[in-house]
Design a protein around this ligand. Sequence first.
Ligand code: BES
Ligand code: ZN
Length: 457
Amino acid sequence: MESTQKALIYFQENLATFMDKYLDLLRIPSVSTDPERKEDVQGACEFLANYLKNMGMEKVEIFPTEMHPIIVAEKLSGKPGAKTLLIYGHYDVQPPDPLNEWITPPFEPTFRGDYLYARGASDMKGQVMASMIALDSVLRTSELPLNIKFILEGEEEIGSPSLEDFIEKHKDLLKCDMILNPDSGMVAPDSPTLVYGLRGLVYFELRIDGPKADLHSGLFGGNVANPAIVISEIIAKLHNPDGSIAVPGFYDNVLPLTEEEKTKIASSHISDDTYIKLTGSPKLYGEVGFTALERQGARPTLDVNGLYSGFIGEGAKTIIPAYAKAKISCRLVPNQEPGEIYNLLIKYIAGLVPDTVRATLFKHSGGPAYLADDAEGMQNLVDALTGTWNRPVTLKREGGSIPVATTMLNFLGVKSLLTGFGLPDDAIHSPNERQHIPTWKKGIQALIRFYMSFASE
Ligand code: BES
Ligand code: ZN
């Protein structure tokens, strides 16, 4: 029997066991941003390290960092001249909040119809498991003339603070010819997708302090500045009426869109209507002069991700809040440098703060954008995806951020194969996150074909 076929059959015959492993991983609440979940993040790390050992990876090492550990695993094929594939994944997840909006609890994975619901089901425990299960199925059934390495981190959802240093210090350990990063997704269940562009990010918090404590608004209202109003006024000045960002210099280095690139972006055929349906917003909003797909993949944005001030409980309470806080982030595009953009933001915001309050800015995380459609192994992956779906591969410039793709290019000199088997309506980072299981299974079959494609070379 052909060896790819053997691995595909092995996967099919052991699906129940594989599914149990995936469910077990989803039960671990590895929320990287929550200090109370540190042990769970560690638990998810150990779970995956054990799985890597069980499937026959030879060197499996857990490296502690200042926050959450990094796993590196390796299995050399022994074949002279064999290529090395490095697989990236993250085992941390976003916080499940708001908890009361989940139909079933976020860490009790539940099937409804074709979907599996749980935090991380799609982003990206489902994709980590897919790449491991596919490899497991291959290693159980044939000799793979490919060296395999894994790097799995637990800090992706908080901006990977330990990863860049780690990669720089472990260049030899991570040396490879190809990188598979399944942390993006597909545009539709019948459109296997290769992502060739990602946006960068700079994330910070703005805090406005006014009075030393909340004040009675009758006694003091009208005589002190209200931090909630001040922060709203500042936020209102961050955009121009045409939807563009008002920070001077913000667009200076933005890579302009050529006609060729516009055509390429349009080729993923997602209509405005699809975005309206996906978001539930009554109408789309964005920078004038660009299509929704261009705005998503190739134009920078500035968003408020959280806003807090004063009394937000039930009922009424008459106070002047002592402070107001906003979590703000910008998605960046190629040639915008996160550090430079943050400096422009500091300067502009400082000029908007009245002397009736005190302002503090605090930076969380950042990372540059990514753009490359010529990663090593691309044709193998395209063939594997097409061979599984019997549909052409869609090329997509994505709006999300995977800064490690740029870090790896800078330090390892290797471009990443960005794919994944999540769908736009998986509700990642949102309540009721889910994974479409038929798509996940196809994804595993495609990865089996991808790994095995190196066997016939
Ligand atoms: N998997 C996502 C990024 C993603 C989603 C890329 C869909 C392409 C399509 C990843 O886990 C993520 O959410 N990353 C953060 C990065 C940030 C914290 C530096 C993001 O984009 O917000
Ligand atoms: Zn992710």
